[in-house]
Design a protein around this ligand. Structure first.
Ligand code: HAM
Length: 418
């Protein structure tokens, strides 16, 4: 028996329905914020990710699905959306026309992680990326759009953590200070953090293993190394969040797991199955577009983990109407009316009704059973006599009433009764 690849999900039944509901809602909401959808390839040249996410990030070091194709090119299944969007933004020269570009995407990402609740090897992200302006108001509007999505989906128990990691200069000073501080403490840190010490000491602050250690708690804080400009930017940003009444907490240990961030970073977390999980994370990246060979334009964005969002909504009972339901089942009582009922079914489908019929049986009982299984609102019964009189019997499954309707009046009748 074949099994699905470890860490992947088969969507079917109500789970597909949930995915459809979430996908439609987030897209509807984000389009009101002026974002346009881009659908980009799932495979990219490997350098797209190594140059953007950073050689020191866990994603690039340990988690990418990278392979050589038959033409000996190194390709990678995208582990995240931002890098591909920047690649597209540059390749299409979209930056040449407009001073602000707002994109969103929805699709599968791949990371070789240890699968567990809320963590998969193939998962879906919905995300946004905005290019072209450095403005705390824009940053707040981006953060607000994520908050608005949680609100519109009915999720209240959400926690927003924000931090600033400053501009490139501030970060460099901070990294040096961290190196000095951690040098005598290396033996108390985990092997991964020892490696992080050499490659990117900021990442030590993000460690899940050492997060409770004294060494980490007492480490220098980024806020003491910020330039005046970065401090003012962050202050204004927090004030704008206050004005919009978005609850948040400033967490100066929040650094995020990708290398491209500068200035504001943020995460929305929620309790799922008893523990806090990040459902949406993002931040600003002032140098990424330039570092990938483009003009000096800042970007900002975030991504939602759709599986986590669905798990959260399921736990909070926020999905309604998940039972499959059809509008109509047509029951026909002989070969001739069976053929004609296929025509009636397709006429009604073209008017937007969900219609089913039994393709083989002309037994009343069996066809009624199908209508019950499909939870049909109305049953149309079409036999020899109805055919002769150009009419059809309509049985309402809810109240049990039954009446005869002329076929030519059927559409109008359904419009009034369904
Ligand atoms: P990230 O924090 O790596 O950021 O991922 C964003 C979200 O994707 C996470 O908060 C989580 O909900 C979901 N996620 C990540 N890994 C997994 C996994 N293995 N299984 C299930 N869900 C997962 C980024 O990817 C950035 N590109 C976000 C961004 C956009 N920053 C700026 N623009």
């Amino acid at each position: 028996m074949y099994q699905k690849v470890k860490g992947t999900i088969d969507y079917y039944g109500t789970e597909t329905k949930k995915l459809q509901i979430v996908s439609k809602k987030v897209k509807d909401i984000i389009e009101n914020f002026g974002y346009e959808e881009v659908v980009l390839p799932i495979i990219e040249n490997t350098e797209v990710f190594t140059r953007s996410s950073g050689e020191t990030s866990d994603i690039v070091r340990k988690e990418m699905y990278t392979f050589e194709d038959r033409g000996k090119r190194s390709l990678t299944l995208r582990p995240e959306g931002t890098a591909g969007i920047v690649r597209f933004f540059l390749e299409s020269k979209e930056y040449a026309n407009l001073d602000l570009k707002k994109y969103y995407y929805f699709g599968p990402m791949f990371r070789y992680e240890r699968p567990q609740k809320g963590r998969y090897r193939q998962f879906i992200q919905f995300g946004v990326e905005v290019f072209g302006k450095s403005s705390y108001l824009l940053d707040v509007d981006v953060i607000y759009s994520a908050y608005a999505i949680f609100k519109a989906l009915g999720i209240k128990n959400i926690r927003l953590r924000v931090n600033t990691i400053g501009d490139f200069g501030s970060r460099k000073d901070y990294a040096l200070a961290l190196k000095e501080y951690f040098k005598p403490k290396l033996s108390s840190l985990c092997p991964d953090c020892n490696e992080r010490y050499a490659t990117n000491p900021l990442r030590i602050l993000d460690c899940k293993v050492d997060s409770e250690s004294e060494a980490l708690k007492k480490a220098p804080k980024i806020k003491d190394y910020l330039s005046e400009e970065s401090k003012l930017y962050f202050k204004n940003l927090l004030e704008a969040l206050d004005m919009l009444e978005v609850p948040y907490e400033v967490d100066d240990t929040l650094v995020r797991g990708l290398d491209y961030y500068t200035d504001v970073v943020f995460e929305f977390e929620a309790m799922i199955d008893g523990s806090y999980l990040t459902v949406c994370g993002g931040g600003k990246y002032s140098d990424l577009v330039k570092n990938m060979g483009g003009p000096d334009l800042p970007g900002i964005g975030y991504s939602f983990g759709i599986e986590r969002l669905i798990e959260l909504m399921s736990e909070l009972n926020l999905f309604e109407d998940l039972d499959p339901k059809v509008d109509l089942v047509i029951i026909s009582l002989d070969e001739n009316t069976k053929k004609q009922s296929l025509k009636i079914a397709n006429d009604l489908r073209s008017f937007g009704y969900k219609v089913e019929l039994d393709y083989s049986s002309i037994k009343m009982k069996q066809q009624f059973r199908l209508s019950e299984k499909l939870n049909a609102s109305l049953v149309l019964i079409y036999g020899e006599e109805e055919d002769k009189n150009k009419e059809i019997q309509v049985k309402n499954q809810k109240n049990g009433t039954q009446e005869k309707i002329k076929i030519k009046d059927l559409e109008k009748y359904l419009g009034e009764n369904l």
